[in-house]
Design a protein around this ligand. Sequence first.
Ligand code: SF4
Length: 176
Amino acid sequence: MGKRILVHVCCGPCATSSIERLLSEGYEPVLFFSDSNIFPEEEFMKRYENLLIVARLNGLEVILDEWDHSRWLEAVKGHEEDREHGERCLICFRFNLARTAEKARELGIDEFTTTLTVSRFKPSAAIFRIGDDYPGFQEIDFKKKDGFNRSVMLSKELGLYRQDYCGCEFSLRDRR
Ligand code: SF4
């Protein structure tokens, strides 16, 4: 048995190469779908169901957090007009990482990390700065070792749903 690590997962596609890497590095990942930023709720469930496909293939457990979107909206209040990659996104990262840190503590898992670093559009350094505020956070840059390209390839192989907007209603608005 490897070392248990709680993995905040943003979606199935990002989980593919991240899980592959963690398993190859001897970890025993426990997946945590905690993404109250995703809007609407149907989209949240769609991303969760795609994660379940990846988890089942790897024989892994997924813990589903509640869709606490109203609390998330409260957290980003005043930043609705921010551009993607701005302050709102940093608050959003913190929102999900704080919940993951709390869940790791509750489960007695010493280490946690996030698949957010797979994305080419999300700066790993900023995610690490936030994660480091919480005990047990592991700075794992999943876009390294060709992680992003591999996630695209594996998602296609598995026929996973790949969303075309980041997650919140503001990113959906900006995409439109
Ligand atoms: S654009 Fe993405 S990272 Fe930024 S606030 Fe919205 S869901 Fe969060």
